[in-house]
Design a protein around this ligand. Structure first.
Ligand code: ZN
Length: 385
């Protein structure tokens, strides 16, 4: 078994499904790095959850370093038909099975297994590890770590987010913004509809308007053909309301997300829905009952990765991987968050996103080899730059 596979086996064995603690894994990595003389900082979740981010630096403590970023959490396995224990690494010939092999403990295993090589000779440019928690819940952990960049932590030059891209260069991805609509109507006996304001009916009107806005964005909104689909999408994900069939519904909640192409503003969705509510729907509701209300509550927000032509990250990775094409990623990552902190950010890691989040998730051994080759080239580069 290679050093990478051995490390991957250890990481997979920690059940770090996002709803659980990642501290076992974080402490394992901390101890491993400490054994190799690497400076580590653990940043505990500020809300008291048993979770933490980890930041580590190899090389000089100065600005201009390279961040290797990965998330430590994985998606749940419940309800999925796994052929064997998801938390035991299984050798399947040309691949390794296990939850997180591809998304994205494979990348973290590569980073850790190569620490002895990074430490073998002095580095001119620092390499930082940024391992986060709760990425799968909407990139919740990374911002707390990124906040320290430029304050407690030296400002790095670029960040490589090792999400599975089959080592292709992901220079852009859509953002993802979630909202909850809270509709408060006026209840009453269902025979007296004229005396009440039905929150479900109001939510249905909002849903209809959101569908209309989505269609308008599909036809007339900004397009970026490196994505599938190339337009901004809006999806109604959840609706809940009412109490009983003979009561005019007093409350209804509607959840939706908006995924703009990079450069497109959330206002493309928010402005028209606000206008519809403020100038049409809510005035109608309030003529019946002034106490009725509609709240738009922003929930999660993951910024897009905006393409920067010939960015520092793109130039370096093109040189190291030999790739000359860049790609748009359909999925959101922490890359946009690093970019917002002033780093040149790129998504590039081993494995395929089509194998992520599935039963019998796997990573091809050839992908790990490609990742290892890439990191060795990166180590050579930081020794001389
Ligand atoms: Zn991931």
């Amino acid at each position: 078994m290679t050093a990478v596979a051995e490390m991957l086996g250890k990481l997979i064995a920690f059940d770090t499904v996002s709803s659980r603690s990642n501290l076992g894994l974080i402490h394992y990595i901390r101890d491993y790095l400490a054994e190799h003389g690497v400076r580590v900082r653990i940043m505990a979740a500020p809300d008291g959850q048993p979770k933490a981010n980890l930041w580590a630096t190899i090389g000089p403590d100065k600005p201009g370093g390279i961040v290797l970023s990965g998330h430590t959490d994985v998606v749940p396995v419940e309800g999925q038909p796994w052929s064997a224990d998801p938390f035991t690494l299984r050798d399947g010939g040309d691949r390794y099975f296990g939850r997180g092999t591809c998304d994205m403990k494979g990348f973290i295993a590569l980073c850790l297994a190569l620490v002895p090589e990074m430490r073998a000779k002095p580095l001119t440019t620092p390499i930082h590890f940024a391992f986060s928690y709760d990425e799968e819940l909407g990139c919740l952990g990374a911002p707390l770590l990124i906040e320290e960049i430029g304050k407690q932590l030296p400002q790095p030059r670029l960040a490589i987010i090792g999400e599975p891209t089959e080592m292709r260069l992901g220079t852009r991805h859509k953002g993802c913004y979630c909202y909850e609509m809270r509709v408060t109507g006026k209840d009453g006996h269902s025979s007296q509809t004229h005396r009440g304001v039905n929150a479900i009916a109001a939510a249905a009107e909002i849903a209809g308007e959101l569908i209309r806005i989505a269609e308008d964005l599909r036809v007339n909104g900004p397009h970026d053909h490196s994505f599938d689909p190339p337009y901004c999408t809006l999806n109604l994900g959840n609706i809940q309301g009412g109490t009983a069939v003979n009561i005019i519904a007093r409350e209804c909640r509607l959840e939706w997300d908006f995924r703009p192409v990079p450069g497109a503003s959330v206002d493309l969705a928010l402005d028209p829905i606000r206008k519809f509510i403020d100038s049409d729907l809510l005035p109608r509701m309030r003529t019946v009952a002034p106490e009725t209300n509609i709240e738009i509550v922003p929930d999660l927000g993951v910024p897009p990765l905006i393409e920067e032509k010939d960015s520092a990250a793109e130039a370096l990775l093109k040189m190291l991987t030999g790739a000359n094409e860049t790609h748009g990623m359909a999925f959101a990552t922490e890359a946009g968050q690093f970019q917002q902190a002033g780093l040149s950010a790129i998504v590039c890691g081993p494995g395929s996103i089509t194998q992520a989040h599935k039963p019998d998730e796997f990573i091809l051994k050839s992908e790990l080899v490609a990742g290892e080759t890439f990191l060795r080239k990166l180590i050579d580069w930081v020794r001389s730059h």
